[in-house]
Design a protein around this ligand. Structure first.
Ligand code: SIN
Length: 280
């Protein structure tokens, strides 16, 4: 297996490995540790179908829970990230986030397999939250460690959220299924230590955090907005450019991610699985 770091703050390309076949235990261990080190890994030139995607996800730690999406037909754990060529609905996942951070046990990672890639645009951006935390002044780090964030999916997936009732007539092709359970809240420390690397990271951002425990709401919103600006500074970003036949896997405990547009008139489809926490 050959590992080429992206040259940005995180991200690496892994070649000389065939993910269409079952992997030996030592190869699984090597891939996992490269993933933990680089936070986002891309495997070009893979001939993977949905069986191979499921097998790879199981090898990396097993399936995470996926609320608010219907899976693709015939599979329980694969969702399609899909945008038709003529679609005009607001872009899916265009805000920085860590997948499903509002769950009790958010997924450790996410896999995304290219099915149809537009000739231009559609890059996925990643923001390294270990680097973002480490670059803060010590006093700020100490203060942030004392805070507990209140996470919720309500702004996105509640019936009155951005993917709720008002999105219904937008002609969205993705199988998003909003419901009332999105209004639930869960508390997570704002700064979390990675269970495998031992490094601290800022966990998640505005989209899924609706407040800070014990803090006045306007003060919390101001803090979260200032922090969000810091979390997405240029020096913390890796821009992932998609290729056909490519799988990527990212670590939700170490990076934020967001989708980008720029492929109007072209179809884009990727198959996605999440990797359960407490793996490794
Ligand atoms: C996602 O957030 O799962 C999708 C990212 C993308 O479409 O680039």
């Amino acid at each position: 297996m050959i590992v080429d770091p992206s040259g940005a703050v995180c991200g690496a390309r892994i070649t000389d490995v065939d993910l269409s076949e079952p992997l030996a235990a030592d190869m699984i261990a090597q891939i996992r540790s490269t993933w933990i080190d680089h936070k986002v890994v891309a495997f070009p030139d893979q001939q993977m179908d949905d069986d191979a995607l499921e097998r790879f996800t199981l090898a990396m730690g097993g399936f995470g829970k996926d609320p608010f999406f219907d899976p693709i037909q015939g599979r329980e754990n694969i969702a399609a990230i899909l945008r038709e060529a003529d679609e005009t609905s607001p872009l899916f996942a265009e805000n920085w986030h860590s997948d499903w951070s509002f769950l009790d046990h958010p997924p450790a990672g996410t896999c995304l397999l290219s099915i149809e890639i537009p000739p231009t645009g559609g890059d996925t951006l990643f923001a390294d939250q270990v680097a973002a935390f480490e670059a803060l002044p010590i006093e700020r780090q100490e203060y942030l460690r004392t805070l507990t964030a209140v996470h919720s999916a309500k702004l996105a997936y509640a019936p009155d959220g951005s993917y709720g009732d008002k999105d219904r007539d937008n002609g969205r092709s993705m199988a998003i299924r909003p419901d009332e359970s999105a209004n639930e809240t869960r508390a997570h420390p704002l700064i979390q230590r990675h269970p495998e690397s031992g490094k601290e990271a800022i966990f998640s951002t505005l989209g899924y955090i609706i407040g800070i425990e014990g803090m006045d709401q306007s003060e919390a919103v101001q803090l979260l907005m200032d922090l969000a600006e810091w979390q997405a500074r240029d020096e913390f970003i890796y821009r992932h450019k998609w290729e056909p036949d490519m799988l990527i896997m990212w670590d939700n405990r170490s990076v934020l991610h967001k989708a980008t547009g720029g492929y109007e008139g072209h179809r884009r489809e990727l198959h996605r699985t999440t990797i359960a926490a407490h793996a490794g």
